[in-house]
Every structure is written in C-alpha cells, then in structure tokens.
Write a new protein. Sequence first.
Length: 365
Amino acid sequence: MRMIIAGGGTGGHIFPALAVAEEFLELNKNNQVLLVGAKGGLEEKIFARCGMPFKLIRAGKFSGQSWLKKTKAIFELLAGMMSTFALMIKFHPKAVLGMGGYVSVPVVLTGFVLRIPRAIHEQNSYPGLANRLLGIISNKIFLSFENAKKYFPLAKKEKFILTGNPVRKSVCLKLMEGSAQKEKEKFQILIIGGSQGAKSLNRLVKDALEHLKEKREKIHIVHMTGTSSRQEMEQAYQKAGFSAEVYEFIEDMGEKLRQADLVISRAGAGAIFELALAGVPSILIPYPYATNNHQLSNAKYLEENSASWVFEEKELDGKKLATAIIRLIEDDELRLKMKEQAKKLAKPFAGKIIAQEMMKLAGEG
C-alpha cells in the first residue's frame, strides 16, 4: 500500500509524521510512504535526513495574517493543490494523512477532490484552524487528547479515534525501558525549551540559579537552550557554580529523559507524551504565544492527573521557579506519585494504531 503523509511548520507536526511513517513501513514490507512538507519550512531540513522519500510544495498561512497575505495564501494554496494533484497522479496513494500545519490543507483537500481515503491527526488539545476545517472532509480524525473532540462540532462521532501523540520508535523504545543509570550521581534536572529553544524560559532558569545555590552541590542540570542562548547559559552556570551540560539541541532525547529526576519544559504535545512515556515528574511552563494558548490546555492534561505542576509564564519568576524545584527535590514521595501518574497516561502505540487504521481505511487492513 502507498500512503502520503503531510505535516510541517514545527517539530510538533513533523516528528509525529515521521513516527507514523516508520510504523506504516514496518507493518508490511511492500508499503511505501511519501512525506510532503512546505518549501522553506523546518521539515525541509528534517525530511532531508530521515531516509524517506519526500516532496516540498507551497502552502499558504492564513491565521493571524493581514488581508494582503491571506490573499497571497489563497494563491499559494491553489499552487500547492496543483503540485499535490501531480504528486498523487504519479505516486497513486491509497490513503492520505494530514499531521497538521498548513501544508496538510492542500494535500487533504486534493485527496478529497480525488476521492482518496483521508484522515488527520490533531496533536494538541485545542485544534488549529487547518485541522478544524479539514476535519469536515476527513474520513477519520485521530486525537491526542479527548477534549479536542468538542472543537470538531460538524464531525460525526464515529470519525474519532483517541490515539495519543505518536513518538518516534527510537525514542519510544528507549523510554519504555525505564529509568537509566545517570551519568552523574546527583539530582538531575532536564530543561527543554522545545526544538528551537526558548529565550524567556532560559531567562527564568538563569534567574532561578541565585535561589538554588543552597542545593547546587546536589544538582546536575542538562539544558537544551537553542542556538541563540547556549553561550549565555554556559556562562551563567559556570558563574553560579553549578554542574551543567548545555546543548543547542539534544539528539538522543530518550536517553536524557530516562536519566532525569525532574523535567522543566514547554508543553507541546510531543513533550507531554514523551514525559508520560518516561514517567518523569515535570514542571511545565507553556509557551504563552502558542495559537489559542493550546500549550496551556496540553499541560493541564498532566496537571489534572497529578503528573505535573503547571505555571503560566506571566505568574512566574526565578524565585518561584526555584521554590518549586526545591520542594520537588526534597519530597521523594511526591515525585514517586507524579512518576506513577505520568506512566498511566502513556500512549506508546499511537503511531502503530494510526498506521493500522490508515490501512483499514484504504481497505488493506
């Protein structure tokens, strides 16, 4: 069976797309997949090194744009549909899957026009505009969070399948192995600002160091800063006397999660489900400018199940963050409870379920 998977814009759409593609190819040695992303997007770099065939098309962005840019986006959408039409005629897919981002729009729309079975996956608890529209014409809607269902009022209930968010197999298998032996015999804190880092989160951590000095001999910090803040944070840790490893980007995130005693992170859907798989306590600080504040909704999923503490950035400063960290360092029983609750929320087979359902949708299951 042949399938097209479209997704892009952010790592939150791209990596789940790759996770589903991996599972789909494993289901049958004759399966073929074609990844589709937007020209100029982050996916252009990531798809290039994933070892799977991919194509890049034009895809216009509508939400939050001026009328002039929206008009331009309409023409880009039409151009994207024309490119997708040619791709589908050549590749002849039996199913189309949109994993989010504006590139999903021309791909799923073209699938609808050509009457190819089609589905979307919504990573977040609050769906973006593209997926809310595509849900109307999709045969199936895969969800990471149950409460996202209410944002698809025109979709019939039989369309929905709750899967969780797909995690790439290399990360998933590692996290399912359980906690790893730490590189340093200290309380290990992993700080993740997202695939591009997070300047404001880095500043919060930097401000917290002064209030964490009483614990610095017991703490080892692993920090993914992004490219713009690495040197600044390295200097901050050295000046404050903390043991720390600072990375622009962490390739083997699964291993770092296994070694962590506590994670401080943004709240993209990928992070939420990786934390659950790892069974690690967390402090989540949602990115405040995420569309429709969806990261806050994502974070509440862990907090409401006693697996995480959530702080909005506007209410947080270095002292409050340090206070939360110290309490979790000192309370072994609380961390154990958070760890157990996180594990209950894990969805390790999300990618495989989606791949199997796509084959069923195409009449191949």
